[in-house]
Every structure is written in structure tokens, then in C-alpha cells.
Design a binder for this molecule. Structure first.
Ligand code: P6P
Length: 339
């Protein structure tokens, strides 16, 4: 029998999880991740007070990016809390080059949690929004070594979510039935449900892409954006707005709340033939959230959640959000012909 694990106390969140039909093991896992994000929110504010939030750790991480001290602190918080959960057997972190195997008391299932502990950390130095992104995979019964078990289980997503560290600390979460938004009560340090059924409208008049790379985009992306910018007199017959926050969590939260279309394409000309964003802890969590909210999630012309990964830090192009927009970019013949 697994060692009983005190569920991280967050009654409102646990109540919602139970209402979604989540079993004890999934509740334990999500509550541990939620507790990690509440702790991260506190660390961000504390290190800002100490003036060290943007301090570099002196390490170049597995992504080839300069790691901040805060990246490492947030990563450790996630590891410490998740490794207390009996069923969390495997951990995949943006900050660690290999799969971490949790030797803690075996649970009745083998879950993997894939997470980006501090998404958009480049925004920290300027006090702009950052976040944490994660998904929970059921690896029970998977074959092979740790990495093979995780890679073969990406289509067994049990839950996905993100925390957004902005003016408020928010947690947006799904177990596949609904997408809910929780806000962190700064007094109790507990999440409280503020919205229970977020939906993404199929149409949109706002897109989110880094325009600086326009000369490097593939032709369908150039055509799609050019047609949006053409406004009312152009092929789309309506005006579009553009936003780019430099943190996927911030841009995607706007899509969940206001609608829109988030794009980070493959850019071979930029040396990113598979795009910049990572499949396991940015792509598929956001894809599960977007599809559960009635949106769409594509990697080029393929459904994002159908991409079969060959490595844990594999990158992927992403087109996420309003279904009509995502599917238009995915390659309707007239669009492709016009490219
Ligand atoms: P760029 C942050 O570094 C990140 O991984 C995502 O959160 C964000 O959407 C993207 O990269 C920003 O990339 O090329 O605009 O700096």
C-alpha cells in the first residue's frame, strides 16, 4: 500500500478536482503542483525585494539559455513538492537535461509531471509577467526506460495547467472536461475558484506572434499575418490587433480570457526547424487546455497532441486558440495557394 500522503491543503481546488472526477492520486499530484506555484509566487516577490530576482545563476541550462537564480529556485520548489507524491514517478523539467525518477514510496500508478518552472523568465528583470506550465501524464504500464515511458505517454494526459504570476497569481487548470480559473488568496495562500468554464470563441480578431521574425516565417504564416494586417479592406474583411508579451503563459492567458490566436512557427531560417517552444511542457499542456476550452492546437498541419516526441526537450511549432483561425493557418488550400 502506498504511504498515505497528506494532500496539500487547498479545499476549494480539491473540491473542484473531485467534482471533475479526479481520483485521489490525481488530486494529490495537482495539489502538489498548485502548492509549488503558490510558493513560486512568494519567491518571485521575495527575490524582487532582495533585488536578486534577475540575478543569473552562472549556469547555461540544457536549452542553451542563461539560467537565472530564480529559475533554479522555482525548479527546486517543483521537484521538492512533486517528489513527495507517491504516484509521481517521473519528472521532466525544462531546467534538467534528463528525466528525474522519483524513488519515493511507489504509488499504485506511475505518473509523469512535465513542467516549465518559470516560463518567460526573461521578463523577470523588467518585472513583467511570467508563469509555470505543467501537464500530468499517466505512464502506468508503459515500457522501456524512464525517457521511453514518458515519451510514449504524451497522449495520456490526465491534467494540464499553468500559473500566471502577474498583478494577481492565477491558476488555470483542466482535467479534460472543463477549464477553470483560480486566484491565489494572498492572505491564506490558497487558490479560490473564480471561473469554472472558460471557453475560447472560434473566431478572433487578435493574433499573437513575434513580428521581428517576419522575414523568417514560412510562407503560410507570412500570408496569414499579412492578410490579418490588411484589415477591413483586405482578404479578412476585418481589423486585427496584435499582442506579444514574451511569455507564452501571458499571451495564452489572454487567448483564454479574450480570445485570439497564438503562433510560434517553425523557423528553419532562424535555426529553429521545429520552432522554439518545447512540446512536453509548453505545447501539449496548452494544447489540452485550448482544446478543452473549445479551441484548437496545431503543430504545422498536424494536431499538436498527436505529435509523437523522440526526446523530452523536443521543440514544436505551435498555433493555438480560436479554432477558425488555427485551422485557417493550418493550411486551407486557398490560403496555402495564396502563400
Ligand atoms: P521570443 C520564453 O522564453 C518563451 O519560451 C515563451 O514563453 C515565449 O512565448 C517565447 O519564448 C518568446 O520567444 O523569440 O519572442 O523571445
Amino acid at each position: 500500500m502506498p504511504i498515505p500522503h497528506p494532500i496539500h491543503h487547498n479545499p476549494k481546488l480539491d473540491e473542484w478536482l473531485s467534482a471533475q472526477g479526479a481520483d485521489l492520486e490525481l488530486r494529490q499530484t495537482v495539489l502538489a503542483m498548485a502548492a509549488a506555484t503558490a510558493a513560486i509566487a512568494g519567491e518571485i516577490r521575495q527575490l524582487a525585494l532582495e533585488g536578486t530576482a534577475g540575478l543569473e545563476s552562472g549556469i547555461i541550462n540544457v536549452q542553451g539559455e542563461t539560467q537565472l537564480k530564480l529559475d533554479d529556485v522555482c525548479n527546486q520548489l517543483c521537484l521538492d513538492l512533486l517528489q513527495q507524491v507517491p504516484v509521481v514517478r517521473y519528472l521532466v523539467s525544462e531546467e534538467i537535461d534528463h528525466v528525474v525518477t522519483n524513488t519515493y514510496a511507489p504509488g499504485t500508478h506511475d505518473f509523469a509531471v512535465c513542467f516549465d518552472p518559470l516560463d518567460g523568465s526573461g521578463n523577470i528583470a523588467t518585472n513583467n509577467t511570467v508563469g509555470t506550465v505543467f501537464c500530468v501524464l499517466d505512464c502506468t504500464g508503459a515500457q522501456g526506460d524512464a525517457e521511453q515511458k514518458v515519451l510514449s505517454s504524451t497522449r495520456n494526459q490526465l491534467a494540464a495547467g499553468y500559473a500566471l504570476y502577474g498583478p494577481a497569481t492565477l491558476l488555470v487548470l483542466t482535467t479534460g472536461k472543463r477549464v477553470a480559473k483560480f486566484a491565489l488568496n494572498e492572505m491564506t495562500r490558497l487558490y479560490e475558484l473564480v471561473r469554472d468554464d472558460i471557453r475560447i470563441a472560434p473566431e478572433a480578431s487578435e493574433f499573437s506572434i513575434n513580428m521581428a521574425y517576419a522575414p523568417l516565417w514560412p510562407r503560410p504564416v507570412r500570408t496569414y499575418v499579412r492578410n490579418c494586417i490588411a484589415g477591413k479592406s483586405g482578404p479578412r474583411g476585418k481589423a486585427f490587433n496584435m499582442r506579444w508579451a514574451g511569455a507564452m503563459v501571458a499571451d495564452m492567458h489572454r487567448v483564454f480570457i479574450k480570445g485570439g490566436h497564438f503562433i510560434y512557427p517553425a523557423m528553419p531560417k532562424k535555426g529553429e526547424p521545429d520552432g522554439k517552444l518545447r512540446l512536453l511542457y509548453e505545447g501539449i499542456p496548452m494544447a489540452m487546455l485550448a482544446e478543452t476550452a473549445g479551441g484548437a492546437a496545431m503543430a504545422g498541419t498536424q494536431r499538436l497532441r498527436d505529435v509523437v516526441p523522440t526526446s523530452i526537450h523536443q521543440r514544436t511549432p505551435v498555433s493555438l486558440g480560436a479554432r477558425d483561425e488555427v485551422m485557417l493557418l493550418a493550411g486551407s488550400p486557398d490560403l496555402v495557394r495564396a502563400a
